[in-house]
Design a protein around this ligand. Structure first.
Ligand SMILES: NC(=O)c1ccc[n+]([C@@H]2O[C@H](COP(=O)([O-])OP(=O)(O)OC[C@H]3O[C@@H](n4cnc5c(N)ncnc54)[C@H](OP(=O)(O)O)[C@@H]3O)[C@@H](O)[C@H]2O)c1
Length: 320
């Protein structure tokens, strides 16, 4: 008979960018002998359904949950479907947290995002500012649904003593990302564009001036931090998981890194008639640094190189 593991960790959204990264990091040696890891995707349960979610929890009886599953998308899709982003994510999150409460799960770590912060804010953004004002109007559905996770975590703690918490990553990238040019995030979209420009011998056109600045976190670094949060972080309040403010890069610098990694020799054009989006949304990682002063992030160029290598090797199967 197989030995019963002390910890059963259910990861929702296990087929996505962040879920796949956690799976890899666990398989590569971060997992511990007393932990059983279960990665689930939408084929295992539609988490919008309370009954399906409950059945998933009854089947696996997790002691811990990393909750990543969400309806996610780029700017355009958010603007068009704010109601769907709001309702689907409210339902998914409520179903997860309530099933976790009812089945006595010891700890839940859910995932927020820096793009849910108030539109009008001071910089750097920190964990105390989430509810300080309305989010940007383009993605208010997604943002309010995500903010409610923090509200629910506090309420489950106050009323029932639950250890439910959340993390706030900045822009994530890595293998298994959504490389769709129209609908995905900026970095995977750029990688795909460079791939096509190289293949077709055409110039690379980058939308906007290239001046906006972003903090990018490699999915495998985020995965290691998620595992640390699950094991060691005991606050209900969220924690920002990000590289430092000094590691913010411009879109132009990010594009140059991709051009180098993909060995693209063609012309690069910035189409400044296209919108730049928010100029910056710098987040502070000083809370993280208080806990983990020595955590080493993968250098940006190396992480971009690894992601480009993965995309080149997996072009046919990659989400595009
Ligand atoms: N990517 C970023 O830059 C970023 C930044 C900050 C925060 N986040 C947050 O990080 C988390 C993970 O994001 P990601 O980039 O890894 O997303 P992703 O690659 O798009 O993956 C989304 C995951 O959610 C699952 N899912 C979606 N709807 C579902 C449903 N109704 N029932 C069950 N599963 C469902 C998907 O399953 P299928 O594959 O089966 O559809 C997939 O595993 C999200 O909560 C997101 O808000 C992401």
């Amino acid at each position: 008979m197989s030995e019963k593991k002390a910890k059963k960790i259910l990861v929702t959204g296990g087929s996505g960018l962040v879920g796949k990264a956690i799976e890899k990091v666990v398989a590569d040696g971060e997992g511990r002998p007393d932990e059983e890891w279960i990665f689930v995707a939408s084929k295992d349960a539609d988490l919008k359904s309370a009954a399906d979610t409950r059945a998933l929890f009854e089947k696996h009886k997790p002691t811990h949950v990393i909750h990543l599953a969400a309806m996610v998308g780029g700017l355009f899709r958010n603007m068009k479907y704010n109601l769907d982003f709001l309702r689907n994510n409210l339902h998914i999150n409520d179903n997860i947290l309530h099933s976790a409460y009812e089945l006595g799960v010891e700890k839940v770590v859910s995932c927020l995002s820096t793009c849910i912060f108030p539109d009008k804010t001071t910089y750097p953004i920190d964990e105390t500012m989430i509810h300080n004002g309305p989010p940007h109007s383009s993605n208010f559905g997604y943002s309010y649904a995500k903010r409610m996770i923090d509200v629910q975590n506090r309420a489950y703690y106050e009323q029932h003593g639950c250890k439910f918490t959340s993390v706030i990553p900045t822009n994530v990238f890595g293998p298994y990302d959504n490389f769709n040019i129209e609908d995905g995030h900026v970095l995977p979209g750029l990688i795909h564009k460079v791939y096509l420009a190289k293949q077709n011998g055409t110039p690379l056109t980058i939308w906007g001036t290239g001046k906006p600045r972003r903090q990018f976190i490699y999915s495998l670094d985020l995965a290691r931090l998620f595992i640390w949060v699950l094991r060691e972080y005991n606050e209900v309040e969220p924690i920002i998981l990000s590289v430092g403010e000094e590691d913010e890069v411009s879109i132009k610098e990010a594009a140059e890194s991709i051009v180098g990694a993909m060995d693209f020799k063609g012309e690069v054009i910035f189409d400044s008639t296209k919108s730049d989006g928010q100029f910056k949304k710098t987040a502070s990682n000083s809370k993280l640094r208080k806990y983990l002063p020595n955590f080493k992030f993968t250098p940006f160029n190396q992480a971009v190189q690894e992601t480009c290598n993965w995309f080149n090797a997996n072009y046919d199967q990659a989400r595009k």
